[in-house]
Ligand binder design. Structure first.
Ligand code: PGA
Length: 243
């Protein structure tokens, strides 16, 4: 049986108090057949969680340690305490912009799950790797080295060159990658690997969501720019509901 679709928004460094109304609009319109979450800047997590009780609010990164002298960082239990129920780890903007290695991503995922947070673990290749024909091998190895021992809630395949660019891989390339990642998940977790939601991320829009959701082993999406407004995000959620 196919997994229930899961659509998560990644607000990145966008949003302020005035955005709570938009979050309320999104949460109020979510259909019953899809899991939906918004991963917000840390400054908005508690306010949003209070504004939309029962709706999944997440963070975008977490420290691997539970406490200590880590200026500017947040521990998993702090996110949980603020009302988050999930967190993204290993986004390419963290891997590249903050030099996070696979082992760090794995440690973050373990810390998040130990604190009761669901994890969306991101992997993805650069354009150079894709053009060299090494995308599937590279991303598979990245996943193997990043996965914690206990199954994560979701893995997001996000080709770096597709993020924020309006470009997406061909549907056949998405299918090939998701099949390979599913095989890695089953190798790591056995039967439970089938239940890990495999999300596609990178320039998902209302105009391309339905065709992406129809690809085998695409269990949803991680959506950046198009998750910032109800007008863009809700049609993507509706496409998941219909898929
Ligand atoms: P995008 O970002 O939808 O704006 O391309 C996706 C992401 O980085 O998660």
């Amino acid at each position: 049986m196919p997994n229930r679709k899961f659509v998560a928004g990644n607000w990145k460094m966008h949003g302020s108090a005035a955005s709570i109304a938009e979050i309320v609009r999104i949460a109020a319109a979510v259909p019953s057949g899809v899991d939906v979450a918004l991963c917000l800047p840390s400054t908005l997590i508690e306010r949003a969680a209070r504004a939309v009780p029962g709706f999944a609010i997440g963070g975008q990164d977490v420290h691997a340690e539970a406490k200590g002298a880590f200026t500017g960082d947040l521990a998993a239990h702090m996110l949980h305490d603020a009302g988050a129920s999930l967190v993204i780890v290993g986004h390419s903007e963290r891997r590249d912009g903050h030099a996070e290695a696979d082992a760090t991503v794995r440690a973050k995922a373990m810390a998040a799950m130990a604190a009761g947070l669901d994890v969306i673990l991101c992997v993805g290749e650069s354009l150079a790797v894709r053009e060299a024909g090494a995308a599937v091998a590279t991303v598979s190895a990245q996943l193997d080295a990043s996965l914690p021992p206990v199954p994560v809630r979701a893995v997001a395949y996000e080709p770096i060159w597709a993020i924020g660019t309006g470009l997406i891989p061909s549907l056949a390339d998405i299918a090939d990658m998701h099949a390979a990642l599913r095989a890695r998940l089953v190798a790591a977790y056995g039967e439970a690997g089938h239940g890990v939601r495999l999300l596609y991320g990178g320039s998902v829009k209302p105009t391309n969501a339905a065709e992406i959701f129809a690809v085998a082993d695409v269990d949803g999406a991680l959506v950046g720019g198009a998750s910032l407004t109800a007008a863009d995000f809700l049609p993507i959620v509706e496409a998941a509901q219909g898929a």
